[in-house]
Write a protein that binds this ligand. Structure first.
Ligand SMILES: CC(C)(COP(=O)(O)OP(=O)(O)OC[C@H]1O[C@@H](n2cnc3c(N)ncnc32)[C@H](O)[C@@H]1OP(=O)(O)O)[C@@H](O)C(=O)NCCC(=O)NCCS
Length: 204
């Protein structure tokens, strides 16, 4: 990663920019989830990121270039308060989407299924703005996430990736991550075009 980029811990004011990056980076996944309510997606994601920081055991890192945030990643190093997280997310979804669409969104967003392990950090929503890709930003973020995991006393780090996300799979493979399990979902296969979710892990 070149010197024009700086990695730092995210602050609460960054939540809306992280949300916008995530929605842009995962448009293929979010369009079928939010449907005609896509204009609410950044607001929902911002609330979700805020909830993860407050009750989800997750910390975020961001990459600055000039005055702009051009990449971000979330790292879970503590167990989440699932009840608070789920209640908060459900409230946001129903307020923004209405109950039927919220049920639908919750179903699709519940994949891939994740189980917490105390010795393992978990990487999520790694994303780089399209115009800043293939400059080493994600590699830098991943290395910083691994440092954070080591500082938290973790012995391994894990993440989910969809089976056809070639850029991400190349990056993880290159950085020493190995597949440990695979989930198959007919629902996400049909509606998101993602049938296989791979769980990858690396020893720290
Ligand atoms: C996946 C993603 C985070 C990569 O970000 P990036 O900053 O472009 O990645 P880097 O520049 O750090 O690339 C590191 C390595 O990843 C691989 N890679 C990145 N983009 C690639 C592409 N388009 N095709 C093939 N390999 C690619 C290469 O191995 C690359 O190493 P190299 O530059 O030595 O060839 C980015 O494409 C993105 O935000 N995608 C949308 C969100 C997403 O899918 N996130 C991953 C969720 S699991």
């Amino acid at each position: 990663m070149s010197e024009q980029f700086t990695i730092r811990r995210a602050e609460p004011d960054d939540d809306s920019l992280i949300a916008a990056l995530v929605v842009e980076g995962f448009l293929d996944k979010f369009r079928p989830v939010f449907g005609r309510r896509m204009d609410h997606s950044v607001k929902i994601m911002q609330k979700w990121v805020g909830l993860e920081h407050a009750s989800g055991g997750v910390e975020s890192l961001v990459v600055d270039s000039a005055a702009e945030i051009v990449g971000s990643v979330g790292i879970r190093t503590a167990e989440s308060r699932e009840d608070v997280l789920a209640r908060g997310l459900w409230r946001t979804l129903t307020r923004n989407l209405g109950t039927p669409r919220a049920v639908w969104a919750t179903t699709l967003l519940s994949y891939p299924r994740y189980s917490w392990a105390s010795s393992e950090a978990y990487v999520e929503r790694l994303v780089v703005a399209p115009e800043f890709r293939q400059k080493g930003v994600a590699r830098g973020l991943l290395a910083a996430a691994e440092d954070l995991a080591r500082e938290s006393g973790k012995v391994t780090i894990g993440l989910h990736v969809s089976g056809q996300n070639i850029p991400a799979l190349r990056l993880y493979e290159d950085e020493g991550y190995e597949e440990v399990s695979r989930q198959r979902s007919l629902i996400t296969g049909y509606f998101l075009g993602i049938r296989d979710w791979l769980y990858l892990r690396k020893e720290l």
